[in-house]
Design a protein. Structure first.
Ligand code: B12
Ligand code: SF4
Length: 439
């Protein structure tokens, strides 16, 4: 079949990100299919680009990747749902082909998004096995009810295959081919994404990651991870930084240490950043990471109030956060703590305590996100209630602003806006920009 794979993501903050998920799906679709990528990230008019590319291609299937539902914090809540609904409508009109949607954004709330976006099929979770199976269904060689986590309409009624997504063995997956990606991701922004494992065993109250990639940590062979990094660098010498996209890199710790050891053994020199968690974070890991080129750790600390951490089921306390910070300082690794303030049940007093905690911790950097629930995109009354709380939080942040001149507060555009970011990029800074704001 001729398949048009469409990366719909156009978010430019904090940087455009290479569509590694869709590249995985493409690499793992058997080569007997005729595969074409249409990336709308840098298109002046995404709808025109989509229509003209589909007119030229005449595909049998259009597969759209939806990465983000909303941008969490940047300037309030702007969601992408109408944009994706329009992409689906135009793709169907231009090609006459069935339209499939998948991706992390879609997986977070597939039923609601099926109703709003109206593709022919939706696939929640990993696409490497399920998408080729759906192609077999469309070819007539497989029964539709054998594909896990598939959503579709029959007589306008939404049908969902109840089986959970099949989480796959990562060592049997073909790595993504970056050569197919728009070279601007590397030439203009210099960042590549690498995945060393999927799944997070922790149970933070609000977290959607396990829906996308499961709870069971599935690790890749460290040697293959590092092979992929070298291959990517060889194919795209403009890459200046890698972001390890694992939800939490340092868990399980043995795996993370082994990836670092492999990088050290092979004299890896390009800096990288990862997400890390205070649980299980030890000096040995930090020292290995530093020796392997780690340029920074992003820590989902979330709150500086123990009762809030407990309610969020983070599994760690402010003491763990302090210990992790000390370890990073000893290892010489810049740490950036993200606070997610304004979660359900949190008071303005809690928010103030969190800011005071962070000021006292004095990490290398911090990002303050005000909590936005994905379901606000579905329920205007809920959204209105939350918007009002966010306004109070913003006022409190403004009042405290002098205490944190180098922290990033996206909602208030503090150290987080396109102009600052493009100035830093022009000056030759690569990697997550919190690492450079002080400069
Ligand atoms: C790493 C990461 C980042 C890094 C990215 C670094 C980089 N250079 O790539 C940074 C910090 C920059 C970042 C930023 C943002 N992120 Co982010 N990020 C992630 C994270 C942890 C992993 C993403 C990833 O690369 N996964 C690895 C790939 C292989 O998996 P995948 O993309 O999901 O693809 C698989 C499936 O989804 C599916 N699939 C994908 N496409 C398709 C298409 C079809 C047709 C099919 C069938 C299947 C399919 O198959 C793929 C292979 O299995 C996810 C959470 C998570 N655990 O998924 C959040 C996540 C994707 N981010 C999210 C968001 C919102 C953002 C931001 C908008 C805001 C923010 N503050 O986080 C920005 C936007 C950036 C941008 N330009 O788009 C949300 C998106 C959903 C939502 N709620 O809107 C997620 C899910 C986290 C969450 N909050 O729930 N992010
Ligand atoms: S540690 Fe991160 S990925 Fe794991 S459950 Fe908590 S928020 Fe989600």
């Amino acid at each position: 079949m001729k398949v048009a794979y469409v990366s719909g993501n156009r978010e430019q903050l904090p940087d455009p990100v290479v569509p590694i998920g869709l590249l995985y799906v493409i690499a793992n679709t058997p080569d007997r299919h005729d595969k074409h990528l249409i990336d709308l990230c840098f298109a002046d008019d995404p709808f025109n680009t989509l229509e003209s590319s589909l007119n030229e291609l005449s595909p049998d299937v259009v597969a759209i990747s939806m990465r983000n539902i909303q941008n969490n914090d940047y300037s309030g809540l702007s969601d992408n749902i109408d944009y994706y609904a329009e992409l689906v409508r135009r793709a169907r009109d231009a090609s006459g082909a069935p339209v499939v949607i998948g991706g992390s954004g879609f997986s977070v709330m597939p039923e609601e998004l099926m109703e709003r976006i109206r593709p022919d099929y939706g696939l929640s979770g990993e696409g490497e096995v399920a998408f080729p199976q759906l192609l077999e269904v469309l070819e007539g060689s497989r029964q539709v009810d054998t594909v896990g986590a598939l959503y579709r309409f029959e007589d306008d009624k939404l049908l969902a295959i109840p089986r959970p997504p099949q989480f796959i063995d990562l060592n049997r997956v073909i790595p993504p081919d970056r050569q197919q990606a728009n070279h601007r991701y590397f030439a203009d922004y210099g960042i590549d994404a690498i995945q060393t494992k999927r799944g997070c065993p922790l149970r933070c109250e609000y977290c959607t990651y396990p829906i996308i990639e499961g709870r069971l940590g599935r690790t890749r062979d460290p040697e293959e991870v590092v092979d992929e990094m070298f291959a990517s660098l060889e194919a795209c010498p403009d890459i200046k930084h890698f972001f390890i996209v694992d939800s939490v890199f340092n868990l399980p710790k043995t795996h993370a240490k082994n990836v670092c050891r492999e990088l050290i053994k092979r004299n890896w020199e390009v800096p990288w950043t990862c997400y890390a968690n205070p649980l299980g974070f030890d000096q040995e890991f930090a020292d290995l990471a530093k020796a392997a080129g780690c340029a920074g750790m992003e820590v989902g600390s979330d709150s500086g109030v123990d009762s809030v951490l407990e309610r969020l089921k983070k599994g760690f306390t402010t003491e763990h956060i302090r210990k992790m910070h000390d370890i990073c300082v000893t290892a010489g690794i810049p740490d950036c703590h993200t606070l997610i303030i304004g979660t359900e049940g949190e008071t303005l007093d809690d928010v103030q305590q969190s800011l005071d905690f962070l000021a006292d911790l004095d990490p290398f950097s911090a990002i303050i996100m005000i909590w936005i629930d994905d379901y606000e995109t579905m329920d205007p009354a809920y959204r209105a209630e939350r918007v009002s709380l966010r306004k109070d939080i913003e006022a409190l942040l403004r009042k405290n602003q002098d205490k944190f001149p180098t922290w990033c507060v996206p909602a208030l555009q503090i150290n987080f806006d396109e102009k600052l970011f493009s100035a830093l990029r022009r000056a030759g800074f690569h990697g997550p920009l919190w690492q450079h704001v002080q400069k």
